[in-house]
Design a protein around this ligand. Sequence first.
Ligand SMILES: *Cc1c(COP(=O)(O)O)cnc(C)c1O
Length: 391
Amino acid sequence: MKSPQTVRLPIRLFKPSLGEAEIQNIRKAFEHAWLGAGPMVEQFEQAWSGYIGRRHTVALNSCTAALHMALGAHGFPSGSRVLVPAITFVSTAHAALYNGFEPVFVDVDYTTLTMDPEDLDRKAAQKSCVAVIPVHFGGQPACMQAINEVAKRRRLLVIEDCANCAGGCYGGLKLGAWGDLACFSFEEKKNMTTGDGGCICFDADDLLPRFRRFRWLGIDRDTWKRAQLSQDTDEAGGRHWYYEVSEIGFKFSMNDLAAAVGLAQLERLDGMNRTRAQLIAVYMEGLKLSRIAIPAFPYRLEESAYWLFMIRVPASCRDRLARFLRTRQIATGVHFMPIPLHPLYSQHRIGVEVALRAWEELLTLPLHPDLTPTDIAYIVDSIQDFERGAA
Ligand SMILES: *Cc1c(COP(=O)(O)O)cnc(C)c1O
């Protein structure tokens, strides 16, 4: 962690941490002159599987695509129900709608702000529930033991939404190794980035060819493999160009340019997560004496990989505090407005009372690896100025 003495304003809420290694890898992709889905994507997939500890990874252009595919590959009948937490990014619920399924919103636990296993058990009792998508919200692990127990009893597929927690562990096991499938995001703001990108991880061998077809319009063989095959004389009897489509697929692949950045970012992921944890520790120490701001999660910095540093402040002063911090050139955010508050999901506004109360108190403060303890001290001082009535 760098510690210069001056604060550089404005302070961004998120910022990808990029360096020479990423540029070196992009140069390799340029030299190879293959920027589409190719060998670097495969290299990234192998590295990611090893890192998370799962048999397979299929790299994609977003976590939204991963969630869409993760639900779509099992032949669930249309109208099936999928359980998702009330507080998450809209992609988690959209995954159900993309597939013609109905999202069922599970309330959050007030302390962890992640899916409440008791409410899950209650709501999963209705008929046609086929899957649950717990979200490790902001990096705070969902209660996976309890959720897996409910899922087993009620025969639900478990898809972990790991968009916020790449590199985090829970109970000594990597997040993303707890469910049947796990979806990660490498969008610009997340724990690590490929610009836009994502992947899906799992162990079941039979899902691998399905997901590979799904991400490539239903085509049963990758273009770059066919290109390679055409170099090898006589392979496939001169019919290296042949492929078949027997079901509809999407255009969801990751490309080599993104994978080049991803390979470099993966090397640095643990280090970036450690820096985030150190910065959160500085925040927590600084906010100890605050009367209005408390850390939103029971942050467990040794194990988890947090994407968000959030505080809870009385709902009556949250927006005023956000405005005040803006005058100090400090960006803030709110993650996330409960999904049933969006017009698209307005018929689902019942049964998520904790979420509807809790989100009004949440404010996200800047967190990214290029911040310094001096920056955090400036943010904490500004919050204290607000408390002293300087607003
Ligand atoms: C960011 C995010 C996603 C979507 O990720 P993309 O890669 O941008 O599609 C899904 N779920 C959660 C919880 C997220 O925060």
